[in-house]
Write a protein that binds this ligand. Structure first.
Ligand SMILES: C=C(O[C@@H]1C=C(C(=O)O)C=C[C@H]1O)C(=O)O
Length: 170
């Protein structure tokens, strides 16, 4: 399940904000500026993280993502499934340039099964450069570049079929 979900995440293609496919109920989810973890908590008893992969990867392993981040030799990669009451609702892939991982941001390497959002949205220096809506097959996703103390990281999220986003589209 997790490898399929992460493969689908990497197959997301990006839509212009003007796309007629992006209805208001869908944009309400895709353009969420606050924590998706916190939003999911409004739809279940407990949000948990299934950790799929955490490791440094070389710049050569990046595809298009490398164009959205500063050049660096290595990037910290975190891939997870974010679950609502144990059911996978979202696949998440976070890329952090090694140059971002200094000072307090070193904590990004120690998250384990704590949701990234709990760390990001507790940091008063958090900013978001953009959110790109995306689609793969019948699934929706998004890509954001976030900054902590001005230092970037790239977050890609794929909403899985059981996630409350799709119930909002009925
Ligand atoms: C960025 C957030 O964290 C969520 C948790 C993630 C993780 O633990 O890696 C990744 C994607 C997000 O959906 C958030 O809550 O908005």
């Amino acid at each position: 399940m997790s490898q399929d979900a992460l493969a689908q995440l990497r197959a997301l293609h990006w839509l212009p904000a003007s796309s007629p496919l992006l209805t208001a109920p869908l944009l309400d989810w895709l353009m969420e500026e606050d924590s998706m973890t916190r939003r999911f908590e409004q739809h279940c008893q407990q949000v948990t993280v299934q950790l799929v992969r955490e490791a440094f990867i070389d710049a050569g392993e990046l595809q298009e993502e490398g164009d959205l981040l500063p050049a660096d030799q290595r990037f910290w990669l975190r891939e997870i499934l974010l679950c609502g009451d144990g059911v996978p609702w979202l696949a998440g892939r976070t890329l952090v340039p090694e140059s971002t991982l200094n000072g307090p941001e070193q904590m990004l390497q120690q998250l384990g099964t704590r949701p990234l959002g709990r760390y990001l949205f507790a940091d008063s220096t958090l900013t978001r450069d953009f959110i790109d809506p995306g689609q793969v097959g019948a699934l929706w996703g998004r890509r954001s570049r976030l900054r902590l103390s001005g230092k970037p990281l790239l977050l890609t999220e794929l909403f899985l079929p059981a996630s409350p986003l799709y119930r909002a589209l009925d």
